[in-house]
Design a protein around this ligand. Structure first.
Ligand code: MLT
Length: 309
């Protein structure tokens, strides 16, 4: 009977619009990736997918809401390395557990981290940046998207390498943080590439380095941290789609198939690549591989972040 019900559900789901919770402000990297992928998924599924930006507490407010939502496939979340890994060591009272309270659907994008600064920040290159922030650690500030967000965690890693503790300036997402960087109200930020490519190309901010082993094709002139003199700073985040625990395997399979189809679509791929994302290969798109990623990322970040709390 169970198999029969699951098969019937797979044939009918979805019968109404789906809400996709995005745990940060509109216009930031999570929002942008979610919108690109879900607009294609909506065509496949034959129902609209409505993005709901729910901000606060480094994405954990929204993720708590998603964990508690009905597990009927009509409320989903696009989470990331912060909400589904770094939050575990950073929030001792976290009201959800990324592994226990969600059904992984699919990895959507890898998002390399860049060290960015306001256009008129004095250092000209990464070596000068390192010297400057070390000499002025009490004066400089770093924008981020709340404790446990990717921008926060990435700059925590950078700061621990440089052995400094500058002031952090929290925003509801790196969309608004980027606006403040462009406006010169904050000094620097460790942000995901998706948010940065248009601004770097427009010359409204500076990019010192990309924290991945290779340069990114969307930013061929931005050196890697290794090339620029700080090889220890390596950071790449990711965005992925999850459903509340107990969502039926048939629904998860439909959503996964729609996400995979979106990642194979030429227009979706072009848009994600233009923004510097790394598109997951076939083996990385399964719910099982996302479950393994979440597990590994929690294990990776817990010892790095625990001493800071
Ligand atoms: C966002 O979408 O605003 C970012 O992913 C926030 C972050 O984690 O830095």
């Amino acid at each position: 009977l169970g198999t029969f019900i699951a098969a019937a559900e797979a044939q009918t789901y979805p019968t109404r619009s789906i809400t996709m919770i995005v745990p940060f402000a509109a216009g930031g990297p999570t929002d942008v990736v979610a919108r690109i992928v879900t607009s294609h998924m909506a065509q496949t599924l034959g129902q609209s997918i409505i993005i709901e930006n729910v901000v606060g507490a480094g994405g954990t407010t929204a993720t708590t809401r998603a964990a508690r939502a009905a597990n009927d496939g009509y409320t989903l979340i696009t989470g990331h390395m912060g909400t589904h890994a770094a939050s575990v060591p950073l929030y001792p009272k976290l009201a959800y557990h990324p592994e226990k309270d969600f059904e992984p659907i699919a990895l959507l994008a890898g998002t390399p981290i860049l060290i960015l600064a306001r256009k008129d920040f004095p250092p000209k290159d990464l070596n000068e940046f390192v010297a400057y922030v070390k000499a002025n650690a009490e004066k400089v500030n770093a924008a981020h998207a709340g404790v446990g967000s990717v921008s926060h965690v990435s700059c925590e890693l950078l700061h621990s390498i440089l052995d400094i503790k500058p002031v952090g300036v929290p925003f509801n997402g790196t969309g608004p943080a980027m606006n403040a960087l462009v406006g010169g109200q904050v000094d620097y930020m460790c942000d995901q590439i998706v948010n940065a490519v248009p601004q770097i190309n427009a010359g409204t901010i500076k990019a010192y380095a990309i924290a991945t082993p290779e340069r990114n094709p969307s930013l061929p002139n931005v050196p890697t941290t290794a090339e620029a003199g700080l090889p220890k700073f390596q950071a790449q985040a990711w965005n992925a789609m999850f459903a509340p625990k107990g969502t039926s395997p048939a629904v998860v399979a439909s959503l996964n198939a729609a996400a995979v189809k979106a990642l194979d679509d030429e227009t979706v791929r072009k848009r994600l690549l233009e923004l510097g994302s790394v598109i997951p290969g076939p083996a990385e798109r399964t719910p099982e591989s996302l479950a393994a990623l979440v597990k590994n990322e929690i294990a990776k970040w817990t010892p790095v972040l625990k001493p800071a709390t």
